[in-house]
Design a protein around this ligand. Structure first.
Ligand code: AMP
Length: 292
């Protein structure tokens, strides 16, 4: 299984990656971790990246692409991997597409952890407090000032990837505001839904889960599902799965209301238009509809 975890700093990408690697026996590739190791080891890459990272900026694309390219050639990649923190820009995503193509690897999905931005600062503060309590060294970029810069760069440079992968039908969006446990289960369940992992494993997790519904998914559907769907709502587990998702029902209702309203407007709602023209237009619409 080959996955990308997408989300702003503090969304829980690292935490979820850790849980998923244990669950599915795959490797986590965190460019942030690799860069921090390079900084600590004072390698040429580390020396280049050090100040950029401390200031909350992004390390140049060619550096991170080089790191990932080398890493994908390692033998431990054969079972799959989770990319955490890469790609972070559209050029990085394009470079990754090329790399995977050359290496004959296929990406299964991109899991976006959608979180409430106002909760992020709290989360990072908690992370810092926990690290301090464990006696661990705290990241230099985990301060409120640098976090706001990292968030700004996420919004402008990384968020466009949501559209990038949605267009390629790879995107799965999960509510990242649920508990860590629930988020892991939801990820497992949607990965099973698209056929990326065995359904059995996810079903086990589902039985225990009283989780909230997944927000939405635009990933390539499982073989049995229709390929026409570009956005697909993965139904919540259990009883609720039998009912159509709320959002879908609402949208359908709104759609029919909208078309009724529109029809009203076309037949008699428009004061300025002569009745004849309205009638013609209505006929045209009826014809078009009949054709359709
Ligand atoms: P992270 O641990 O993912 O929050 O990354 C920490 C820092 O490493 C980021 O703020 C960037 O400075 C740098 N970094 C990590 N991944 C990338 C990437 N894909 N592209 C550019 N810079 C990165």
């Amino acid at each position: 299984m080959r996955l990308i975890l997408l989300g702003p700093p503090g969304a829980g990408k690292g935490t979820q990656a850790q849980r998923l690697i244990h669950k599915y026996g795959i490797v986590q590739l965190s460019t942030g971790e690799m860069l921090r190791a390079a900084v600590a080891a004072q390698t040429p890459v580390g020396l280049q990246a050090k100040d950029i990272m401390a200031g909350g900026g992004l390390v140049p694309d060619e550096i991170v692409i080089g790191i990932i390219s080398d890493r994908l050639d390692q033998p431990d990649m054969k079972n799959g991997f989770i990319l955490d923190g890469f790609p972070r820009t559209v050029p990085q995503a394009e470079a990754l597409d090329d790399l995977l193509k050359k290496k004959h690897m296929r990406l299964d999905a991109v899991v976006e952890l959608r979180v409430n931005e106002s909760a992020l600062l709290n989360r990072v503060e908690t992370r810092v407090a926990e690290m301090r309590a464990r006696g661990e060294e705290v990241r230099v970029d985990d301060t409120p000032e640098v976090l706001s810069k990292r968030l700004a760069s996420y919004r402008t440079l990384t968020e466009p990837l949501i559209h990038y992968y949605s267009e390629r039908r790879k995107l799965l969006t999960v509510d990242g505001m649920m508990t860590i446990e629930h988020v892991t289960r939801e990820i497992g369940r949607i990965l099973a839904a698209i056929g990326a992992v065995e359904a059995k494993a996810a079903q086990k997790a589902d039985k225990k889960s009283a989780g909230k519904p997944v927000v939405e998914s635009a990933a390539k559907p499982a073989k049995t599902a229709t390929r026409k769907a570009t956005r697909k709502t993965v139904k919540p587990a259990g009883k609720a799965a039998k009912k159509p998702a709320k959002t879908v029902r609402k949208a359908a209702k709104a759609g029919s209301k909208g078309s009724k309203k529109a029809a009203k407007g076309r037949t008699g709602g428009s004061k300025g238009r002569p009745a004849k023209r309205v009638g013609k237009a209505a006929k045209k619409v009826t014809k078009r509809r009949a054709k359709a």
